[in-house]
Design a protein. Structure first.
Length: 114
């Protein structure tokens, strides 16, 4: 599975961005896709996950601000980020997992200025 993320950028606090991730290759019907984020000196952390049944999980700090969704017909996952804050600044990584396998895309940088 190959993952291509896009949509990062520079935004002012309170602004919005939408991240997209396109998956290609052999993708099973049952899987989990999502987003993690990391920055220098900090451990990569889970942001949001969505499974094949559209069940979602969010880290507490983004609940009510971020929304994860997926389009199974296009093998894509999205992260709508609203009310962005400087502490959301990080590289955001797309993630796909099925069975015992885990795949990562390249990071897309999100920078939120105060």
């Amino acid at each position: 599975v190959q993952l291509q993320a896009s949509g990062g950028g520079l935004v002012q606090a309170g602004g919005s961005l939408r991240l997209s991730c396109a998956a290609s290759g052999t993708i099973p019907r049952v899987n989990v896709m999502g987003w993690y984020r990391g920055s220098p000196g900090k451990k990569r952390e889970l942001v949001a996950l969505i499974d094949s049944s559209d069940r979602t999980t969010y880290v507490e700090s983004v609940k009510g601000r971020f929304t994860i969704s997926r389009d199974n017909t296009k093998n894509m996952v999205f992260l709508q980020m609203n009310s962005l804050q400087p502490e959301d600044t990080a590289a955001y990584y797309c993630h796909e997992a099925h069975g015992t396998l885990t795949f990562w895309g390249q990071g897309t940088q999100v920078t939120v200025s105060s």
